[in-house]
Design a protein around this ligand. Structure first.
Ligand code: ISL
Ligand code: CA
Length: 552
């Protein structure tokens, strides 16, 4: 694994919601370009752009109609090249989203599939069983994963929305197309890819019936499918002609299975995004949500991945937020103790072993917007889920409770740049409403206030860069069953870090693990001005024990 990847801090941009440069209410590439200095100042070393390719936006760019061009609302390929050059001149690498499990139904290939057998074989198109689809698989966005093809008796597979037909990766011509796309962007200077639902690209031959299941029926036939690694290796060979970073979004993956992706000689990916810590408070997102979930469940998910990947010679990705997940303060922290809990969560995450990811606005401690009306939401998944819950007999109140808590739009409200109209995101009408708290929570104010979440992130990133133990150290968790605090230790080259976090809104007695002497140590980071024998609400404290003295 390359050292620059281990030392990277990656900032995720969801372009639609980041910064609008021309007043049409939609974030764009020139907007991103105008904020690269801000990202550099934060200390990030790389940005990941959610899809910017041509798209009819059924799923905000995750439905691509042309892989070699930029979405009209976002700008032009020329704008992209300027942005890339500007980022590189600031020392920021840029990785793109690679969405190859499916295209848009408006992609040229899918249009041609109606008349040209060559392109028909680019997709997974099959005869139905009488009036029924070819099998019983269900879509991630609820309902059957099949839609009638061109109004006839055939069906096409779509694991996501019906405007996202799955590609037939078993067709070598499709794989050649993908390699061409990789080369196109790598030759432009892009530094790698975040690979969307990459462990779903190989489907079992014959597309067998799925086992009975309340959700994602059929998943045993396409999660980590039979030819997945063969295909990943093929793509890796192209990527390895360049100096790249790849992180694969792998759904329903266990830490043990993750080793097949990221450990050993020439693993197919550098890192994977895991989901275990994203499901501690819900069952299949909509069936059941529990904001008061046991904190030890979250700790266990995180520590399992730490232990297994470290022992197995892999490398973790570290994240609490992305464009699909609610804001972490609202979920794992506390909106009433917003800054304290945002800083605590940042500490908890950043000192683990792995490459940290920051999702835009996380560094400001942005919260869920709390939209009460379904009409305030924009996400295709949210509407599909509302329909499903309705069919299941959930009352309006129950549905809104779940949507308010889990909707992906929680992370998709515009970035709050300042306290002017629309938080400085746009001069026009934003495509989705701005969070009402923008007068208080915004980047301008955060930059000026020494105690802001933003300035804490800067300190955290700077510290990580100074401390090899924070990057390379091994990992031991203490008191894993506690629901009140999380304590873990990192060790490397004679240095030890001790990270202590209060996970609650109450004071908690400080417990020092046996055998550790903190009297010799030094607190190198804390989210409160004063420390005592009691951990204050959401207090986070990092001790540096032993090793060379720090030269700051
Ligand atoms: O939102 C989810 C996690 O709670 C999943 O249902 C999500 O759809 C899944 O993780 C796959 O996500 C990725 O692919 C989708 C796209 O809608 C997501 O935005 C993307 O991150 C289809 O391309
Ligand atoms: Ca715009």
């Amino acid at each position: 694994m390359k050292d620059w990847i281990k030392n990277a801090v990656i900032y995720q941009i969801y372009p639609r919601s980041f910064c609008d440069s021309n007043g049409d209410g939609i974030g764009d590439i020139n907007g991103i370009c105008s904020k690269l200095e801000y990202i550099k100042e934060l200390g990030a070393t790389c940005i990941w752009l959610s899809p910017v390719y041509k798209s009819p936006n059924d799923d905000n760019g995750y439905d691509i109609s042309d892989y070699r061009d930029i979405m009209t609302e976002f700008g032009t390929l020329g704008d992209f090249k300027v942005m890339l050059a500007t980022a590189h001149s600031l020392g920021l690498r840029v990785i793109m989203d690679l969405v190859i499990n499916h295209t848009s139904d408006e992609h040229e290939w899918f249009k041609l599939a109606r008349t040209d057998p060559k392109y028909r074989d680019y997709y997974i198109i099959k005869k139905g069983r009488g009036k029924k689809p070819p099998n019983n698989w269900s879509s991630f966005f609820t309902g059957p994963a099949w839609e009638r093809f061109d109004g006839g008796d055939d069906y096409y597979l779509h694991l996501f929305s019906k405007k996202q037909p799955d590609l037939n990766m078993d067709n070598p011509a499709v794989r050649e197309e993908i390699k061409g796309i990789l080369r196109f962007w790598l030759d432009l200077g892009v530094d790698g890819f975040r690979c969307d639902v990459i462990n779903l690209i190989s489907k079992a031959p014959g597309l067998p019936q799925g086992k009975r299941s309340i959700a994602l029926r059929g998943r045993e036939h396409y999660v980590n499918g039979p030819r997945l690694f063969e295909y990943l290796k093929e793509f890796r060979a192209v990527l390895d002609e360049y100096d790249t970073l790849t992180v694969g979004e792998c759904v329903l993956l266990t830490a043990q299975d993750a080793l097949n992706f990221v450990a050993g000689e020439n693993p197919p990916l550098d890192m994977v995004f895991s989901f275990e810590h994203m499901s501690v408070d819900n069952i299949f997102k909509w069936l059941y949500v529990n904001p008061n979930f046991k904190r030890s469940k979250l700790k266990k998910a995180l520590s399992d991945w730490q232990h297994r990947l470290i022992e197995g010679g892999g490398w973790n990705s570290l994240y609490f937020e992305n464009h699909d997940q609610p804001r972490s303060v609202s979920r794992f922290g506390n909106e009433s103790l917003r800054t304290e809990s945002a800083k605590m969560l940042a500490t908890l995450l950043f000192f683990m072993q792995g490459t940290p990811f920051i999702y835009q606005g996380q560094e400001l401690g942005m919260t869920n917007p709390g939209f009460d009306k379904l009409s305030d939401y924009r996400d295709v998944e949210t509407f599909r889920a509302d329909g499903l819950m309705k069919r299941m007999g959930f009352t309006k109140k129950m549905r809104m409770k779940r949507i308010k808590y889990m909707s992906r739009d929680n992370a998709r409200t515009p970035i709050q740049w300042d306290d002017s109209v629309n938080a400085g995101f746009t001069n026009g009408e934003p495509w989705i409403a701005v969070n009402a708290n923008y007068k208080k929570v915004n980047a301008k104010r955060a930059i000026q206030s020494p105690d802001s979440v933003l300035n804490y992130y800067k300190r955290l990133i700077a510290l990580r860069a100074m401390l090899p133990v924070a990057v390379y150290g091994d990992y031991t968790e203490h008191y894993p069953r506690s629901n009140r605090f999380m304590i873990y230790e990192r060790k490397y080259g004679g240095a030890t870090l001790l990270v202590i976090c209060n996970l609650t809104a109450k004071d908690v007695d400080l417990v020092i693990p046996k055998g550790l002497d903190i009297s010799e140590g030094r607190v190198i980071l804390c989210n409160y001005p004063n420390i005592s024998a009691v951990l204050q609400p959401y207090e986070a404290r990092v001790y540096y024990l032993g090793g060379k003295p720090l030269n700051e």
